[in-house]
Write a protein that binds this ligand. Structure first.
Ligand code: AMP
Ligand code: ZN
Length: 113
C-alpha cells in the first residue's frame, strides 16, 4: 500500500534502521524509543492490525513472533523483554500496519494499561 508508512519503510522508500529481515518480516528501530532497545517487527504483507489476523497465513503470523525472538536474542535481551501490539483506538495504535514492539534493555513496570 503506497500510502502506508510501514509499507514504504519495508520497500526502502523511507529510510529506517534495519535490525533484521527475512522473506516474511522486517524489523527496524523505533524512531521514538521507549526503552534502551525498542524495535518494531512487521510482516511484509500489509495487514492493519492483529484484528486482521484472518487475512494472513499462519506462516506470516508465526513468522512475526519468530522474528521478535530473533531480535531479542540479537539485541542481547537475556534479562527479558516485552512484546506489545497496539490494536485500535483504545490501545492508541497510530500506524495502521500490524507491528510488534520489542522492548527491553532495562526493568519495566508491571502496568500494562
Ligand atoms: P503504535 O503507536 O503502536 O501504532 O506504534 C507506532 C510506532 O511507530 C511508534 O512507536 C512510533 O514511534 C513509530 N514510528 C513512527 N514513524 C516511524 C518511523 N519513520 N521509523 C520508525 N518508527 C516510527
Ligand atoms: Zn502497510
Amino acid at each position: 500500500m503506497s500510502d502506508c508508512l510501514f509499507c514504504r519503510i519495508i520497500s526502502g522508500e523511507i529510510p529506517s534502521a534495519k535490525v533484521y529481515e527475512d522473506a516474511l518480516t522486517y524489523a527496524f528501530r523505533d524512531i521514538n524509543p521507549m526503552m534502551p532497545v525498542h524495535v518494531l517487527v512487521v510482516p511484509k504483507q500489509h495487514l492493519a492490525s492483529v484484528a486482521a489476523a484472518d487475512e494472513a497465513t499462519d506462516e506470516v503470523l508465526a513468522g512475526c513472533l519468530r522474528t521478535c525472538a530473533k531480535v531479542a536474542a540479537q539485541e542481547g535481551l537475556t534479562g527479558g523483554f516485552r512484546v506489545v501490539s497496539n490494536c485500535g483506538d483504545d490501545a492508541c495504535q497510530s500506524v495502521q500496519h500490524l507491528h510488534f514492539h520489542v522492548l527491553g534493555g532495562g526493568k519495566m513496570t508491571d502496568r500494562m494499561g
